[in-house]
Structure formats: structure tokens, C-alpha cells
Design a protein around this ligand. Sequence first.
Ligand code: HSE
Length: 330
Amino acid sequence: MTLRIALIGTGAVGRGILEAMSRKDLGIVLTGVADSRSGLIHPDGLAPADLLHRKRETGLVGDLSCTAHDVVFNAPYDVLVEVSPTDAQSGEPATTYMRTALSRGCHVVTSNKGPVALHYHDLKEEADKAGVSFRFEATVAGAIPILHTLLESLGGNEIHALYGVLNGTCNYILTRMAEEGLSYKQALDEARALGYAEADPTYDVKGIDAAIKLVILANTVWNRRITLHNIDITGIDLLTEEAIRLAEEQDATIRLIGEIIPAKNLYRLSPRIIPRHHPLVVHGSLNAIIVRTDLAGDLVFSGKGAGSLETASAVLGDILSIRDRYAGGH
Ligand code: HSE
């Protein structure tokens, strides 16, 4: 079965999806695409490589006469792939796009954290009513399939606690400052140039991005109904170069750690001094997660937490699992 997708957003994640689709035949046809200013609809399929070229050359993926709204409402697709930048306050316009797709009986796959953090339970209910899937693996920990693992592979476990490095940008900054002596600003500029940071990088450095991921984990894995207000958040924006140097002198380092201990209703994100050889001390844009379970014991995961192809990997996994599930495959 060939699955038709419409892609909203051509930032780092959207371009990664187009790049992967241009490199290999994934059995997916792209029938619509849009960025913030332009769009294209083509029921027979658009060529991902041509779209990438056009975006690079003109800054626009499509025509000014077509908008994201037109694509969401009118393009023929089976899956809406929403990968536009996160708005943590309103979740818009992405939430409206997702609701529209669900009401059209289409599946939704997203890397957009705002709508999932704000409206997970409602969107899931709408998807269930419509008999379609709502998937968002890419919203947490980039390439690491942590949601699938916690919700499905570890489904028979009680998850007692989760500790994690959940923001690639902050981890990259902390690593570059400690290991190369870069200033905070130099390291942040590099993280932005590499496509790790959010469109608004204050989301990263103030800890909002990682805290949103804690909200998504709590609400999906533990079925809670928390918001950003329930998270005790300290970012890395006020951390000094001196503090990092002092930690390094004690054979330790600083990492921005998220914690969930559901039995205590503890949801916290803060920079922590940890021994240099601790499993959560990963480098560059890596993320790392430890989960503590009743049956499986402790598990450690690590992998690229940000980046264009890495995040696209998680989005594509969701799309292909929908294709297999609804085609009656494995
Ligand atoms: N800006 C995010 C990060 C992207 O640096 O982790 C992935 O969610």
C-alpha cells in the first residue's frame, strides 16, 4: 500500500524528512507540502529532491497562492505530518491543523511538542473516535524511540522513575563549554547553526523545551494531566563558565537533567553536577535516559536528541508503522 502524506513545515525536521524520502523509496507519496509562507498540492505526488532544491534556492517550498491551511484542508492525504515550530503557549496553528486532519479521518504524525503537551488527551480521544492514529515519537528525545519503548515494549512494567538529558542544544552547549572552553554564546551559535535549537532558542536554554518533554512523558506514559506549571524548571541560561570549570575540577560535570518520579508527583528539570562517568553524561547533541522499572530493572538509552535526519527518523518510524498497521502488515 502506498501511503499519501502531506507535510507541514520545512525547517530542520521537514527538510530531514524530504532528504530521507529523496534518498530511498519508503513507499510514501507526498501529495502536499507547506512552509510558513507557501504551499503546493499535487495528488499524483511531489518530488522531495525538487522541493529541497526549490526551498534552498528561493526560501519557499511552494507557491505563494497556496498556504498551509489550504494543504491541511484540501490536499488528498492519509497522514498529516505536522513538523512546524513549537508554540508552547497556544499550540497554534498546529493544533487546528491536527484537529482538521483527524476530523477528515486522517492519521496525524508530529514532532511539534506544543500541541501534544497542551492537548494530548483531547487529540488522542479525537483520533480514537475517528479510528485513526495520533503519533508523536519525535517530540521526545529525537532519534531515541523512547515513547514506543515505554508505552509498548515496557508495557507490562511499572515505570517508577525516569531521569534524562532531554535537550540536545543544552547538552551541546554544556559539552562545548566544558571540553573546548567555548563561551556560552559561541556554543549556542554553533548549536543553532547545526539545526539543533528551536526556532526560538530561549525555549532550549531556559529549559522550556526539556520541560515540555517531561509534560509529554508524564501525560502519555503515566496518563497524568499536568502542564508546564507543574514542572520545577531551571535552565542553563544563568549557568556561569566558572561553575562548569569548578565541576570539572572535581572530576564531575554539569548536565541539564529532567526527572519524573510519579509516586511523589515530582517533575523537575535542573542543571546537576554529576560524576563524569555517569551514564547520563553524554556528549554533544546526544540525549540519555534512565528508566527504573519493576520487572525490567534499570534501562539506559542514548542517541541523537536533535538534528534534521535524526528527528526525521522518528517521524518516519511513526508514518511507516501506520502504513503497516492499516495495511494489515506486521
Ligand atoms: N531543540 C530541541 C533540542 C530539538 O535541542 O533538543 C529536539 O527536540
